[in-house]
Design a protein around this ligand. Sequence first.
Ligand code: NIG
Ligand code: FE
Length: 381
Amino acid sequence: MATTLITNIGELFTSDPEGASTVEDAALVIEGSTIAWVGSAAGAPAADEMVDAGGRAVIPGFVDSHSHLVFAGDRAQEFAARMTGTPYAAGGIRTTVAATRAATDEQLTSHVARLVAEMRRQGTTTIEIKSGYGLTVHDEARSLAVARQFTEETTFLGAHVVPEGDPGEYVDLVTGPMLDAAKEHARWIDVFCERGAFDVDQARAILDAGAAAGLRGRLHANQLTYGGGVRLAAELGLVAVDHCTYLADEDVAALRDSGTIATLLPGVEFSTKQPYPDARRLLDAGVRVALASDCNPGSCFTSSVPLCIALAVREMGMSPAEALHAATYVGAAALDHDDVGVLAPGKRADLVLLDAPSHVHLAYRPGVPLVLGTWVGGRPT
Ligand code: NIG
Ligand code: FE
């Protein structure tokens, strides 16, 4: 199999299971789709091809474990109103539902393709995509079928909001015919557990039905208010619970005890003017923290993981190394993967060459496009 040596790496950020870890004056060998060797440049083996990193940093590709890319329409006016004082509310989702139902499959597919390409340009190499803007049997199934063209990490979010009619009947639809139609296209099931969306009992019923259909659970919880969502995720032993903005001490303790990953989405707080979640409090309590974009047309229309890293460092008490680890290794763990988000022999060769000498520049140079090159499965893109 063809081998590529990337050498003269000023700083290699390997993002190990134990935490952030760097090697200076490093090299890395790719063989086919995987990493074959990592170490000091002076001791690197020969390879078929050589890439000179010129003293720049190499990091794992970002693992964005939370996005809502299947939608149509735009809510720029809602964003503008928020910036001058209108609060964010879950109900805005229905605006996007109407636009998504009216779009053709081709329109949805080309829109997702555009957003996935935008993510790639910014260094994201693994993407989770949710449904949740169809909210009929047909529109949820086709949203997931569209998402599956781009990733295996697809999530059924029929329980995003009650689109119309009686909430009890809608939960019956989600746990019955909609789940039946969705399950072949999805790996995960998610619920927006929040005031104005679904309560803890409804979330439990939907996650139980999903589990019975073979889907793994994840949850949107404690985004806008305190509540029982995070504790439900911990009780069910979910791999991750996302948002975690409003946490009581007992929520933090439950996350620590269950090992459920708290996925923080600071682009949301940026775009809704809510307080940022307290990553430091979670890390100090021994909770695992992931970072993801939550790219969606309502609460957060950024696809930029580097922006999320910069916000986490500036506003949430994370060091640059903790934030990058959270957006790579822990993001992968939040999708139950250990083959990406880490640069070590045997792992998938998903990596990014930064136009900067160190990972710190991701936060130190906010808003600057620092991604110079990306390899996905060993292939330069
Ligand atoms: O993750 N929280 C629920 N869903 C999205 C927002 C969806 C929308 O406003 O369109 C989120 O923030
Ligand atoms: Fe979300």
